[in-house]
Structures are given as C-alpha cells and as structure tokens.
Design a protein around this ligand. Structure first.
Ligand SMILES: Nc1ncnc2c1ncn2[C@@H]1O[C@H](COP(=O)(O)OP(=O)(O)OP(=O)(O)O)[C@@H](O)[C@H]1O
Ligand SMILES: O=P(O)(O)OC[C@H]1O[C@](O)(CO)[C@@H](O)[C@@H]1O
Ligand SMILES: [Mg+2]
Length: 490
C-alpha cells in the first residue's frame, strides 16, 4: 500500500544531522572525553535529487511476512548509527574538534530493514553484476540477493548481468532471469555463475542499458576498480534524475578495500593458503638446506600473506608490497636465510605477488603492460626469487646441497567456494544491501564496521584503500612470529 508522502516524515527520516552531540569536555581535571561530536557520513537518498511528490512510499512488506514478526526495534531509523572507531586514546586534551580530528566520532547508518520503503516490489526490476577477479563467496552473494529480494520483499523481476560491466550493453548476452529455484545451490560453487570480466566500462552504454531495461535497482559486486565505476554510474543516474538505487558490494580477495572490517572471501583465501604453506614446509623440512617458497595473491596489499603467516606459524619470512626488502648484505634476505638454514636446516618464505616488483628486471614492454582494466601486469616475484636464491647459494656455498621448492597456489585460493564464515558474511551483506536499496538509499556500500553492518557512501569506499601498516601492532606481531629482519639499511 502506498503511503502519503508526508514531507515532515521524510525530512525526519532524512535528518542525518546528529551534528554536534555536545561540547568537548573542558574539565581540565579530567583528560578524558565524555562526549564528542558525531560526524555522520550521510548516504545519498533518492529524495536528495528527486521531487518528493513524484515518489511513492510503501510499508515494508516484512510487516506482513509470516516468517517475520517485526517488534519494537526491528526497523532501524536514520538515527541508528555505527561508529567507525572503537579504540580511543583518552589521554589527549581536547580543546577543539575539526572533521578530521581523530577524536570526532565518524558514524555510519546502521544497515537493516526500514519501516518505509521506496520501491513497490511488483514494480521492482533488480540487476546484479559481478566484475573484476574472482573471490570466494561471489555466488553466495548473488544467491542471497536473489533469495532475499524474492522472499523478503516479494520482488519477482531479478536479472543477472553477464560477464561484468560489458554485459549491460552486450548484444550477444542478454540479462539472465533469476529466481530462487535457479540459484539454490550456488553458494556451494566457486567463481561466479554470472561470469565476470575486466575492462569494458562504457558509462553511457551502461546507464542507457539500465534505462532501456527499466532496471530500478542495481547491485554491483566488485573490487576497487568496480567501485570507482559504480560511483560514475551513480553520478550519471543522478544527473539523469533516474529513480534507480545503486549499491556496491565490495569484493576483493586481497582485502584491499578500506573502511570495512574485511572483504568477503578473504578468510577462505587465507585458509586455502595454509595448504600451500604446509606443503612448502614439508618439502623444505624433508630436504637438505630446503627452502619452501609460496607466492600468494596481493597485488598492492599483503593481507593474505600476513594473515596466512600469522595463522601458519611455519613461516620464517613474509614479504609484502608495503615493505621494501633487499637480498644481499647485512640485514638482507640471504643473510637471514643463511642463519635459518644453519639453525633449522630449512626455511619457509611467503611472498605476496606485489612484493619486490621494483627489483625484478623488466623490458620496456613489460613496464607498460596492463590488463583490460588498466591494472599493471606484475612479473612473477616467486620465479624471480627462486632464481636469485639458487644463484646466491651456488655462489656462496658451492657444492653444498640446496633445494628451493616454489609453490604458486595463486588461483587455487580464490577459485573455491566460500567457507562457512564467509558464506554467513555474504548472506548478511546481501540482505543489508537489499534493505538499504529498498529504503531508498543509493550510491552506497553495505559492509561490516566493527562487526556491525553499516551503509557507507560509495564514493568514500571507492577512494579508501586498505594497506598493511608496517608500523602497527599487527605487523610487529608478524615480526615477532618470524623474527625476520626489518630490511631497514643502517
Ligand atoms: N576508475 C574506473 N572508472 C570506471 N570503471 C573502472 C575504473 N577502474 C576499473 N573500472 C572497471 O571496473 C571493472 C573491474 O575493475 P578491475 O578489473 O580493476 O577489478 P576490481 O573491481 O578492482 O576487482 P579486483 O581487483 O579485486 O579483481 C572493469 O570493468 C573496469 O573497466
Ligand atoms: O584474474 P586476473 O586478471 O589474473 O587477476 C589476478 C589479480 O586479481 C586479484 O586476485 C584481485 O585483484 C589479485 O590478487 C591478482 O593480482
Ligand atoms: Mg582491483
């Protein structure tokens, strides 16, 4: 049933101005902050650029859903927020607060169902697309979007865009009609049934296709590049004043998306990496002066390598893109491995694919090489390291036995179905996205912040990166586990 558009009601629901929750604590006896301003990261809403009179508002059908019993507190309001930061140093004095002041609480809208929705289920046409590289859990997210839209909201027109962004305007691949029966077992499958691709981002053709197909909800699943594309799509949709909700669902096996706790599939990848590290360990241990070398994914961030190292405990040295390293001389990798081989007879080395790229010789053509999306194509740091290790040993220990076993499980760690934790995560992510779009939010990303699901402006996520901080406790923890050098030349 469509409700009347009460201006006050919507204004209230859009009142994000939690603003200054109070003055900073100026009690000089106590350095602690009793309360501080909240900087709410407002997520765009259809009512920001569309006339309220032209929009209809409906009661959430969950009210009538026989599996739900919406009770007090079931629906969230715009004043339910998630704080970005939960760890504070209260010892600092607090004279003034600015937006960038770390003591200001950055907050996001809490994800979840809203009492009022902006799409009539029978007139909702949802499109789902997957872009970029594979990641465990892609099929689970698609499945849950389909099932969630169908079962929670009664949406019956759901379409899968095939093979990434280019699928929107492809003349050979029509949108796939999706329903719960069709996607039933998809969460048990690796990859993406919808297929994915890099490149092919043509803004105008994509938005034209959204209009031609009368899609009014677009669910975009992908990594950093995909999110940047999604921002452009959202901007163009706003420019054309289309009543279309756009949501990004961040996917990256590398865990390089900022703001959110972690990306789905990451934990599965770390778990899969253990098999490679175990094999490398067995091979190294069973050889005389054996080195097990494992290359793991991580184009610009070393999160997989770092987490795999911490959870394995068999790793002697972890090399990541965020940390420069060197091979020769005092404090270098060779000296460290020499000592490890003397002490233990073997060593295990984990290297992220983006590490040491500046040290690998490359031709002019290789310097220029990019994939269809414009990402730099990396050289194989594992093969290069293996060659360098062998050269070093032959030079410094002629005639002594030595073995390097190089294991490259690159695609094995991402081309698998999500584990239980990631499957659960994907489900909550998909449902959060649906609730947000149904409630009229647009140009946003749904994701966990400090364990709670939140709505984050798409643009903020597209800009944020998540590098390993080699100055923080987690990296220090890696170094205490491995006792590896800091590779800082004295
Ligand atoms: N800056 C950008 N603006 C618009 N579209 C972009 C941009 N960067 C990438 N894209 C498009 O987004 C899609 C996916 O990009 P990309 O191949 O870089 O993967 P990704 O989303 O970063 O995922 P991942 O790197 O985790 O595999 C491609 O279709 C690409 O053309
Ligand atoms: O599928 P492709 O193009 O080989 O991509 C591989 C890249 O994708 C990722 O898995 C995600 O960006 C990177 O770790 C890796 O460099
Ligand atoms: Mg990327």
């Amino acid at each position: 049933m469509a409700l009347s558009n009460s201006k006050r009601e919507v204004e209230e629901s859009n009142n994000n101005n939690l603003g200054t929750a109070g003055e900073p604590n100026r009690n000089t006896n106590s350095p602690s902050i009793s309360f501080s301003p909240v900087n709410l990261k407002k997520v765009p809403h259809l009512t920001d650029y569309l006339q309220l009179e032209n929009l209809k508002i409906y009661t959430n059908p969950l009210d009538q859903n026989r599996f739900f019993h919406p009770s007090h507190g079931f629906y969230f309001s715009p004043s339910d927020v998630i704080l970005r930061q939960i760890v504070y140093d209260l010892s600092s004095a607090c004279e003034a607060f600015s937006d960038s002041d770390p003591r200001v609480h950055v907050a996001y809208h809490r994800a979840g169902p809203r009492k009022q929705i902006f799409f009539e289920p029978k007139n909702t046409r949802a499109a789902i697309v997957t872009c970029g590289g594979l990641c465990p859990g892609l099929n689970t997210v698609i499945r849950e979007l389909v099932v969630g839209l169908w079962e929670l909201y009664g949406v019956r027109q759901i379409f899968g865009i095939q093979a990434g962004y280019r699928g929107f305007y492809s003349t050979t691949r029509n949108p796939l009609v999706l329903n719960p029966k069709m996607v039933r077992g998809w969460h048990k499958l690796g990859g993406t049934v919808l297929e994915t691709s890099r490149g092919g981002f043509d803004l105008h053709q994509i938005v034209d296709a959204i209009q031609t197909n009368a899609f009014n909800q677009v669910y975009i699943i992908g990594g950093d590049g995909t999110m940047r594309g999604a921002v452009e799509i959202f901007d163009e949709i706003q420019r054309r004043k289309l009543n279309v909700g756009v949501v990004g669902i961040p996917k990256t096996v590398d865990n390089d998306v900022g703001i959110i706790d972690r990306s789905f599939g990451f934990q599965t990848a770390v778990e899969m990496a253990q098999q490679a590290i175990n094999a490398a360990h067995v091979e190294a241990e069973s050889a005389v002066n054996g080195i097990g070398l494992v290359k793991l994914m991580g184009r610009s961030t070393g999160h997989i390598a770092l987490h795999a190292t911490l959870s394995s405990r068999d790793v002697d040295c972890c090399l990541i893109p965020e940390m420069e390293f060197y091979l020769e001389g005092k404090g270098g990798l060779f000296e460290f491995l020499d000592n490890r081989l003397k002490e233990n007879g073997h060593a295990v080395l984990v290297v992220a694919e983006g590490a040491g790229q500046n040290m690998i010789p490359r031709t002019a053509a290789q310097t220029e090489e990019r994939d269809e999306s414009g990402n730099l194509v990396f050289l194989d740091v594992g093969s290069w390291l293996k060659t360098e290790l062998k050269k070093w040993w032959a030079r410094d220990h002629p005639g002594e036995l030595f073995t390097v076993k190089y294991i490259d499980p690159t695609y094995m760690i991402r081309a698998v179905p999500a584990n239980a934790t990631d499957n659960l995560y994907c489900t909550l992510l998909a449902h959060s996205a649906i609730h947000g779009v149904m409630a009229g939010y647009t140009g946003f990303v749904s994701g966990p912040i400090n364990g709670n699901y939140a709505y984050i402006p798409l643009e903020d996520v597209a800009q944020a990166t998540n590098a390993v901080n080699t100055k923080d406790h987690k990296w220090a923890w890696v170094r205490t586990v491995t006792n590896q050098p800091d590779f800082v030349k004295s």
